[in-house]
Design a protein around this ligand. Structure first.
Ligand SMILES: *[C@@H]1O[C@H](CO)[C@@H](O)[C@H](O)[C@H]1NC(C)=O
Ligand SMILES: *[C@@H]1O[C@H](CO)[C@@H](O)[C@H](O)[C@H]1NC(C)=O
Ligand SMILES: *[C@@H]1O[C@H](CO)[C@@H](O)[C@H](O)[C@H]1NC(C)=O
Ligand SMILES: *[C@@H]1O[C@H](CO)[C@@H](O)[C@H](O)[C@H]1NC(C)=O
Ligand SMILES: *[C@@H]1O[C@H](CO)[C@@H](O)[C@H](O)[C@H]1NC(C)=O
Length: 499
């Protein structure tokens, strides 16, 4: 039922996205922006419908214009500070969305190093049918480039101090601004927030945002779930670093089932909020990185979300991890890097990633439950009873690797506690407890042996010093063990001690 509701959601948003298809325009990627060339004359650059706004500490923006230095002054432009320019996306209703003001406020209030904050308001050109809005992106990109050239010539603002943040179609507008600015130097940085997919996916780098468009390009992909061959957000990597939170296809807290919570938050706008939820999550993750400077979300290079979910990708060696959002480490690479992370469903979005590798030896004849809970005790906090299920039974002599994410910072991991969560294990436990009574018959291991545990924390890059090796310790079936992460087993409970 969940999935059918989800399909409806996606169908809805895609049908809005591609409604102009009904007007006979093709959905092939090539024509993007080409036909705008004819319109782009000296005249349109001056009689444009695009407005450029600058933001002072308060207020809804102050309009600036090319060739009007006086306006720059009046709007509080400071050419010794960098310029961050927000570019919105396609619009259904012609109203600037709320996230814009949230992002402006965060940029204005949260940065230790202040910046000029601006907005490219191209709403008049963005509220057409999707395909028409798409064809306007190249034109608006050129207008942005013209503004930046003028700022460089007249106000001594170096283009390398410019950061464009484009959402959805705005990401490609940023790309066109970067590729059309001319000269040998590039814009400093472009951030694409869930760059639009339809008509851009698979197109040539010249027809979309690409790593060539700025000294550094980062992108956050949050709604790439495909429906009938199309996805709202672009799936392919298009920057130097491409972030795929929760795999990038869909975001936690965005199900139709969350509609009631959205109604409480957004009132009548709940339905559109729910539909846009995953797409707009890219923006809120970015805002979150400004609001919570102390808890930045870390993401890790990985092949895909499957490998990431097995905890196999928590390495930070050789630029393999990076910080999501405003404070990304700006390291241009020759090849796009796809980074993955898990997030919470609401702000603060950060989680702490751990990889556990557990090696079992199964010497039991009887089938055993493979569900257990793990409690983690850290120097700051403890997390109780995290449920873990291994899909297929436990095979002997095999290492299981999985990812655990915690919403709180437990500090340095000190102790791990396992507990098998099933009554079926009791008989087995009893067997095992008997075998380790020193005055009993010759020990005979018959049960599940937890041989080794390896732990790695993504955020701190700490790993358990050596493999914690339990095999030597004569503690066969461990229904509840506690151990210190430096490797010494401190407790091996007997059945009777289980509360
Ligand atoms: C636009 O036209 C004016 C006068 O015709 C000219 O001075 C100016 O350089 C032109 N601008 C561009 C960008 O071509
Ligand atoms: C511009 O920014 C610089 C650097 O923060 C600051 O020293 C200067 O006072 C600012 N100028 C104005 C006019 O606010
Ligand atoms: C251990 O192996 C036995 C025999 O191969 C199997 O029946 C049992 O299910 C296995 N135990 C677990 C926990 O998978
Ligand atoms: C487990 O596997 C390793 C390598 O595959 C092998 O060397 C070892 O003998 C095996 N141990 C057991 C108890 O089967
Ligand atoms: C395990 O226990 C048996 C019997 O109690 C003992 O002979 C053996 O040395 C122990 N092994 C280790 C590694 O402690």
């Amino acid at each position: 039922m969940d999935t059918s509701l989800l399909s409806v959601t996606i169908l809805l948003i895609l049908s809005i996205f591609i409604q102009s298809n009904a007007h006979g325009q093709s959905l092939k990627p090539e024509p993007v922006g080409r036909r705008t060339q004819a319109v782009e004359t000296n005249k349109t650059l001056h009689e444009t419908k695009t407005r450029f706004l600058l933001f002072r500490e308060t207020g809804r923006g102050c309009q600036i214009q090319i060739d009007r230095l006086d306006r720059l002054q009046e709007c509080g432009f400071n050419s010794s500070l960098p310029l961050v320019m927000i570019i919105h996306g396609w619009s259904v209703n012609g109203i600037l969305e709320n996230w814009i003001w949230q992002l402006v406020a965060a940029l204005k209030s949260q940065l230790a190093q202040p910046v000029n904050v601006g907005l490219v308001d191209w709403i008049a050109l963005a509220q057409n049918h999707y395909t028409i809005a798409v064809s306007n992106t190249r034109l608006v990109g050129k207008e942005v480039a013209a503004l930046l050239r003028w700022l460089e010539e007249s106000a001594q603002l170096s283009r390398s101090h410019v950061h464009l943040i484009g959402y959805s179609l705005g990401a490609h507008v940023s790309g066109f601004a970067g590729s059309s600015i001319g000269g040998t130097r590039k814009i400093g940085r472009i951030t694409g927030l869930d760059p639009a997919g339809p008509l851009f996916e698979g197109s040539s780098p010249n027809d979309r945002l690409s790593p060539d468009d700025a000294d550094f390009v980062d992108a956050i992909h949050t709604f790439t779930r495909e429906y009938m061959g199309l996805s709202v957000g672009i799936k392919q990597p298009i920057g130097h670093y491409d972030f795929y939170p929760n795999g990038g296809s869909f975001q936690p807290g965005c199900h139709f089932l969350e509609l009631y919570r959205h109604i409480a938050q957004h009132g009548f706008n709940a339905i559109t909020q729910t539909i846009k939820c995953s797409h707009e999550r890219s923006v809120h993750l970015f805002i979150d990185s400004l609001l919570h400077a102390g808890t930045q979300s870390m993401a890790y290079l990985c092949r895909d979300m499957d490998s990431f979910s097995q905890g196999l990708c928590l390495s930070c060696k050789k630029g393999r991890c990076n910080t999501l959002g405003y404070h990304v480490r700006q390291e241009p690479q020759s090849k796009s890097k796809r980074l993955f992370l898990v997030t919470r469903a609401q702000s603060p979005f950060k989680v702490y990633h751990y990889n556990f590798k557990i090696h079992f030896i199964n010497q039991s004849e009887k089938p055993t439950q493979t569900t257990f809970t793990m409690s983690l005790l850290g120097t700051k906090e403890k997390m109780q009873k995290i449920p873990i299920t291994l899909d297929k039974g436990i095979a002997s002599n095999k290492t299981y690797s999985f990812l655990i994410t915690l919403e709180v910072d437990i500090g340095e991991l000190v102790m791990i506690k396992f507990k098998w969560e099933s009554s079926a294990v009791w008989a087995n436990v009893w067997n095992t407890v008997q075998t380790i009574i020193p005055w009993g018959p010759r020990p005979h291991h018959s049960g599940l042996l937890l041989k080794t545990i390896r732990v790695k924390a993504g955020e701190t890059q700490q790993r358990s010093p050596n493999m914690i090796n339990l095999g030597r310790l004569n503690c066969s079936l461990l229904f509840c063990i506690e151990l210190f992460s430096h490797g010494s087993l401190v407790h091996c409970s007997a059945a009777s001690e289980l509360r």
